[in-house]
Design a protein around this ligand. Structure first.
Ligand SMILES: Cc1cc2nc3c(=O)[nH]c(=O)nc-3n(C[C@H](O)[C@H](O)[C@H](O)COP(=O)(O)OP(=O)(O)OC[C@H]3O[C@@H](n4cnc5c(N)ncnc54)[C@H](O)[C@@H]3O)c2cc1C
Ligand code: FES
Length: 280
């Protein structure tokens, strides 16, 4: 048997392709090998077989594992060619998928009882599996489910209400959901950082979303002295650490400049906010 941490390539079949929100789809794939191996925070690469345009796979976060370990789900926002084609998939269609890639989310800080997951735009996708793991409602990749914290607050911002995707699934998983929109059409009108500031103080913050939002979150957590990890969605080509197209500057006291490049696909996608040079 392949080592459980090694990426595997699967010829998967689409089980369902469900619209969740405006331009946002949840794709369930029959891929038991990925379900067995992939942990919250990791991602998979997906490619449409037989296509030369786009030729390369596209990265998507593990969103959930299907009942009985039959496969996994990923959720995507249509932004371009590949995601446009994925939106047209039907049950029974083939899909190439490989993973798990990258590192899982780190454990919350020692003694943490309350965790805030802060998402912007499509950045909520890795947090459903993370909620289930933190609250112990599901184990992943053979790990026994165990409750790690008492409470999970999901702070989820989007431009407008029609882009909020899969909110009920977070509530069912046990998270307390706090919505924000730029136009005030759902939840608080304004930024996720304002919503976070009004919540009971979390012991650890995880963020995923557009870079300006992540930078604002990193600054807020630094000011408040909160441990913070950010999951990056840097565009990628290989996903395997070969092409260096995904690098980010990370503090490294051992290097002459005090920082060095790290590959988001193998060293990330999640980094401690304080280690990211351009996010301070
Ligand atoms: C580790 C990781 C996990 C990800 N998880 C998810 C997920 O769960 N759901 C999801 O919807 N997306 C996710 N993404 C982003 C997703 O991979 C891209 O949206 C996708 O590759 C776009 O492919 P496309 O062919 O449709 O767009 P393209 O035709 O390649 O590009 C269309 C437009 O989108 C821009 N774009 C492409 N990729 C990115 C990106 N990564 N960040 C910002 N702009 C981009 C391009 O510059 C271009 O303007 C993730 C990315 C990474 C690195
Ligand atoms: S995507 Fe190729 S090294 Fe990261």
């Amino acid at each position: 048997m392949t080592h459980p941490c090694r990426p595997v390539t699967c010829s998967a079949t689409v089980l369902a392709n469900t619209p969740l929100a405006e331009r946002t789809w949840k794709v369930d794939i029959d891929a038991p090998e990925l379900a067995l191996r992939t942990r919250p925070g990791q991602f998979i690469m997906v490619r449409l077989p037989g296509q030369t345009d786009p030729l390369l796979g596209r990265p998507f976060a593990l969103c959930d594992t299907l009942p009985g370990g039959r496969g996994i789900s990923f959720v995507h926002l249509v932004v371009g060619k590949a995601t446009g084609m994925l939106a047209r998939l039907r049950p029974g269609d083939p899909l190439e998928a490989w993973g798990p890639l990258g590192q899982r989310f780190p454990e919350p800080a020692d003694g943490a009882r309350r965790v805030a997951l802060v998402a912007g735009g499509i950045g909520q996708t890795p947090f459903l599996a993370h909620t289930r793991e933190l609250l112990g409602t599901m184990g992943f990749a053979g790990d026994r489910a165990r409750r790690r914290v008492d409470a999970v607050d999901l702070v989820y911002g989007a431009r407008t209400a029609s882009l909020h995707a899969g909110v009920d699934a977070f509530r069912e998983a046990g998270a307390t959901v706090h919505l924000a929109t730029d136009d005030g059409s759902a939840g608080t009108r304004g930024r996720v950082t304002d919503v976070l500031a009004a919540l009971p103080r979390p012991d650890h913050v995880f963020g995923c979303g557009p870079e300006p939002m992540l930078k604002a979150l990193a600054r807020q957590c630094a000011t408040l002295g909160l441990p913070c990890h950010l999951s990056l969605e840097t565009p990628m080509a290989c996903g395997l650490g070969i092409c260096y197209s995904c690098v980010v500057k990370v503090r490294d006291p051992g290097s002459p400049a005090g920082w060095d490049y790290r590959r988001v696909c193998v060293d990330g996608p999640t980094f401690a906010a304080g280690d990211l040079v351009d996010f301070g």
